[in-house]
Design a protein around this ligand. Structure first.
Ligand SMILES: NC(=O)c1ccc[n+]([C@@H]2O[C@H](COP(=O)([O-])OP(=O)(O)OC[C@H]3O[C@@H](n4cnc5c(N)ncnc54)[C@H](OP(=O)(O)O)[C@@H]3O)[C@@H](O)[C@H]2O)c1
Length: 278
């Protein structure tokens, strides 16, 4: 489904970008997608390909293998300054920078051992994106304004139970997006934020870390077993009472047909009698 949405939006984006550049036809667009090897990045690469982009640089930590002449794989870890500089050196014809690479983790803001994870989220989602923007701003300007698209999230607007540090890093990236929009106004670069909802990729799996199950002491297990036995006894008793009540209701309606309606007192007496019989 998201492939379809991406395809439609990629077409629109190429059109908008080319209209802003004026000299450019939408098929002249050269796109760089970070984290283009899987998930949304891979779908974006395909969408730009289908929309008719002239060239797509597929940035990924492990370069992809492809025989498609429109795709150019590049090794790019956005947290690595050398990789970012090398990408800027190689991709001099970029007109659309798609900052898609990102990480997530179910990191608690308050639990000390996860402080490193919180830092890593900021390193990738905020500082990595910023490094890419800084490296490619002159290139986009040189190629006639250009466009920057930052893949943010609905989690940029609020903290989610599954990843508070992720939300914090995406909020920082949202603020960054708004900031560069102001700074790049003079250059005429279009700055777009995409606030994606939850989509079933690897990223979501990485937010589903469950705490290890605690083993209960044997005394608690014994207590649980007793409670369970009692519960089952009560449920069995209730079920048989319910079937008795149903029998009673039938006999009541029968008696109504006979014109000898049972009073509720008589009914409960009958119920007691029947349960004694059992
Ligand atoms: N899935 C969702 O529900 C959702 C919702 C809102 C926003 N988003 C955003 O969408 C973007 C893509 O996420 P996804 O769902 O497609 O997740 P994904 O399948 O986990 O893909 C993440 C991509 O980012 C790359 N990446 C991570 N750290 C990198 C780094 N330091 N340098 C370069 N590339 C790096 C990964 O490369 P490797 O293969 O090398 O790890 C991978 O290609 C992220 O920015 C995410 O925050 C996703």
């Amino acid at each position: 489904m998201f492939e379809l949405i991406f395809k439609h939006n990629a077409q629109r984006l190429l059109k908008i970008a080319s209209e802003r550049n004026k000299t450019m036809d939408s098929n002249d667009s050269v796109v760089l997608v970070t984290g283009g090897n899987r998930g949304l990045g891979k779908a974006l690469v395909q969408a730009f390909l289908d929309a008719g982009a002239r060239k797509i640089y597929v940035g990924s930590r492990t370069p992809i293998e492809t025989s498609d002449p429109h795709l150019q794989p590049i090794k790019l870890d956005i947290t690595n300054a050398q990789d970012v500089a090398a990408a800027a050196h190689t991709c001099q014809d970029v007109t659309i920078l798609m900052n898609n690479a990102g990480v997530a983790a179910p990191t608690s803001l308050l639990t000390a051992p996860l402080a490193d994870e919180a830092r890593q989220l900021m390193e990738t989602n905020y500082f990595g994106t910023l490094a890419m923007v800084r490296a490619f701003t002159p290139i986009l300007g040189k190629n006639g304004k250009g466009t920057i698209v930052n893949m943010l999230s609905v989690a940029s607007w609020f903290a989610t139970p599954i990843g508070r540090s992720y939300s914090a890093s995406k909020s920082a990236a949202l603020s960054l997006t708004q900031g560069i929009r102001i700074e790049l106004r003079s250059q005429g670069t279009l700055v777009i934020a995409v606030h994606a909802g939850y989509i079933g990729t690897w990223l979501l799996r990485s937010t589903r870390r469950r705490p290890a199950r605690k083993r209960l002491p044997p005394t608690s297990l014994k207590a649980f077993a007793t409670i369970k036995r009692k519960f089952l006894q009560i449920r069995r008793a209730r079920r048989s009472k319910r079937s008795l009540l149903a029998t009673h209701r039938c006999s009541t309606s029968d008696s109504r047909l006979n014109g000898t309606m049972l009073s509720s007192k008589k009914g409960s007496a009958l119920l007691k009698e029947k349960s004694r019989e059992r």
